[in-house]
Design a protein around this ligand. Structure first.
Ligand SMILES: Nc1nc2c(ncn2[C@@H]2O[C@H](COP(=O)(O)OP(=O)(O)OP(=O)(O)O)[C@@H](O)[C@H]2O)c(=O)[nH]1
Length: 291
């Protein structure tokens, strides 16, 4: 099952709620998610395998092109597409763009109206009617991913429409992403939250090494890449304060997630124009559609 929508509608929030753990980076900024992330949701009635995808949007940058291709590539691989819109914003041009990209696909689609905590009930009905007039959806489910409202119903709807099959994953597995990926996403999320303007978008994180240190401590070396020397200065902050904060917040969350004491070494480096540099994109794991 693939979760599709424009940036910032709440896809990662829903994924994290359904798997009951945080695996995808979330922030109030659009385009937080850059890769396809698989989450495994264990329910009484079965397992649901979900793909969170980067928000589909228009852009000329190579990185953004890769992000969109990553999302589109999931259409053929899944049994269901969840198309998510933001209830407060309603259905706009950006949503129309996403919907258009799905029209070729014969995969059954479910409309998920998220953030219903922000609108009056009558508006939900209106939106349901308006969007269903544009495309055939087998179901419409209004939810608030943030407030965990409507999620039980959504789970039931998903189980109803997904084909029966064997349980593919063990009960304790919630994602197929390697540890390095989780660590990278945690650090990237902290940078997204703690910096402003163009910085979040100019940042990539690479986990350089992961090893066991003294007394079972996990030692992580990671580099934050930015595009300009001026951005490096900002990420480090005066006297290194911001980098320290990014490091502390990241370390605490990595420790919680991995259940291990962590020693995190963070470096900041400049890689000019990496978002348009195919080699750098590959190095950072943004590979979809690149040759
Ligand atoms: N009020 C409200 N806010 C929500 C809800 N779901 C998500 N949000 C907020 O919307 C913002 C975007 O959420 P994300 O889950 O990062 O959105 P996304 O669709 O994964 O975004 P991209 O990574 O840009 O594709 C965050 O600030 C969330 O807290 C909801 O049900 N209600």
């Amino acid at each position: 099952m693939s979760l599709i929508g424009k940036p910032n509608v709440g896809k990662s929030t829903l994924l994290n709620r359904l798997v009951r753990e945080k695996i995808a980076a979330m922030s109030w900024r659009p385009q937080t998610t850059r890769n396809k992330i698989t989450g495994i949701c264990h329910l009484e009635g079965g397992q649901i395998i979900l793909m969170d995808t980067p928000g589909i949007h228009k852009s000329t940058r190579k990185l953004n092109e890769v992000m969109v291709k990553t999302s589109l590539s999931t259409y053929g691989d899944v049994d269901l597409i969840l198309f998510m819109i933001d209830a407060r914003q309603g259905f706009g041009d950006e949503d129309a763009f996403v919907l258009e990209s799905m029209q070729q696909s014969r995969t059954p689609k479910i409309l998920v109206i998220n953030k219903i905590d922000l609108i009056p009930k009558a508006r939900i009905l209106e939106l349901t009617g308006a969007v269903n007039a544009k495309e055939t959806f087998i179901e419409t489910v209004p939810i608030s991913a943030l407030k965990s409202d409507g999620l039980k119903l959504l789970e039931q709807v998903l189980l109803k429409h997904l084909p029966k099959g064997p349980r593919y994953f063990p009960e304790d597995m919630i994602t197929d992403a390697p540890e390095e990926f989780l660590i990278m996403e945690i650090i990237r999320e902290k940078v997204f939250k703690l910096t402003a303007m163009e910085i979040p978008y100019a940042v990539a994180v690479l986990v350089e090494s992961l090893r066991e240190g003294k007394r079972g401590m996990l030692v992580i070396d990671a580099t934050i890449f930015v595009e300009k020397a001026s951005q490096k200065k900002i990420v480090i902050g005066s006297g290194g304060t911001l980098l320290k904060k990014i490091g502390t917040h990241s370390r605490e969350e990595i420790e919680r997630r991995l259940g291990n004491k962590v020693f995190l070494n963070l470096f900041v480096k400049v890689k000019e124009r990496w978002r348009d540099d195919v080699r750098a994109l590959k190095e950072f794991g943004y590979t979809h559609g690149l040759h």
